[in-house]
Design a protein around this ligand. Structure first.
Ligand code: SF4
Ligand code: ZN
Ligand code: ZN
Length: 316
């Protein structure tokens, strides 16, 4: 297999773009592709200080490296954000992930904030998984969103970027179609504007495949954690796993299948859903932390979890 650009030896076949690329041309292609996505969706418009949420996996570390180049061109300052969640303490999953994030921040000379959930908020995800009746991924997602937003506000960031790729988005869309949860579906956006005390969020890898972020990370020798979170298969159990596999099988048969699904959703379906289903909720302020909460609640969901965990821990 030869590179479509220089005829050298290709390292990857990108069937959806009908290209085979060598290492040099693939790195160049991916960086340009992410930059084009950023421009197309006006992701960095009005941004002076950009936060990048880095878990330590292949997607977020690739995102950090590519966005550093884009931000440097535009004179945008970057802050890396990592949350040490306390997952699988026995096998040190979270501490290893944080170590990888840190390696990348230092390697690129990027300023960063690492927040240890247990030290700063009194509980770990392992403890929440055992202690409260709430799906572990829901508590984990809530904690990540809350802490990232908190750090962004404290640090005066305009925008935060996350590493969701085409495969994640396609899976989310199919799951939404299957369950009919249109309100949740209407929240899948390449750019979520800043509103109600929540910082603007962007997904620069929105149109980049998982295989492409993995190849980029390997070719660039980026340090990242290869293991998946041990709770991954709890997110949606077998259904979620089957959807992911079905999507990958379809992609093999019809190159660009996932990309089309995501692009057409963003272009046509999401705006229609948003108009009808995206709830413009009135928000109040959490009595404990001052962060936004729904109008009918005194305290935000994260503070509610913290209080529950405090009770659980005092009883053990
Ligand atoms: Fe958190 Fe669940 Fe993702 Fe693991 S799989 S990092 S517990 S959201
Ligand atoms: Zn080449
Ligand atoms: Zn609160």
């Amino acid at each position: 297999m030869n590179c479509s650009k220089c005829n050298g030896e290709a390292v990857i076949r990108i069937a959806h773009a009908n290209l085979s690329l060598c290492s040099v041309h693939f790195i160049e292609w991916l960086e340009e592709r992410v930059e084009r996505t950023v421009e197309k969706y006006k992701m960095l418009e009005g941004t002076k200080r950009l936060g990048i949420a880095v878990s330590g996996g292949k997607d977020s570390t690739t995102l950090l490296h590519v966005m550093k180049k884009i931000a440097d061109k535009k004179g945008i300052e970057i802050l890396g954000i990592n949350v040490d969640l306390g997952i699988d303490q026995g096998k040190l999953y979270s501490s290893k992930s944080t170590e990888m994030a840190l390696k990348n921040f230092e390697m690129l000379g990027i300023k960063y904030r690492i927040v240890n959930l247990e030290r700063e908020y009194g509980f770990s995800i392992d403890e929440a998984k055992r202690g409260i009746h709430r799906p572990v991924c829901s508590t984990c997602g809530l904690s990540k969103r809350y802490i990232t937003n908190w750090v962004a506000l404290e640090e005066g960031l305009d925008t935060v970027a996350t590493g969701h790729n085409v495969n994640d988005n396609a899976q989310f869309i199919m799951m939404g179609y299957l369950t009919g949860d249109v309100s949740n579906l209407s929240r899948l956006r390449s750019v979520a504007p800043s509103e109600n005390g929540l910082i603007k969020k962007i997904k620069p890898l929105f149109l980049t495949y998982e295989k492409e972020t993995l190849t980029y990370a390997l070719l660039k020798k980026i340090p990242f954690i290869l293991d998946s979170c041990p709770n991954t298969f709890r997110v949606g159990g077998r259904t979620q796993d089957s959807i992911r596999r079905n999507l990958e099988e379809m992609e093999d048969k019809v190159p660009g299948y996932m990309l089309n699904l995501v692009e057409s959703f963003e272009r046509k379906i999401r705006p229609a859903l948003e108009e009808k289903y995206l709830k413009k909720e009135e928000v109040g302020k959490c009595k404990i932390c001052g962060m936004p909460t729904s109008k009918d609640r005194d305290i935000c969901s994260f503070c509610a979890v913290r209080i529950k965990m405090k009770k659980v821990k005092s009883l053990t």
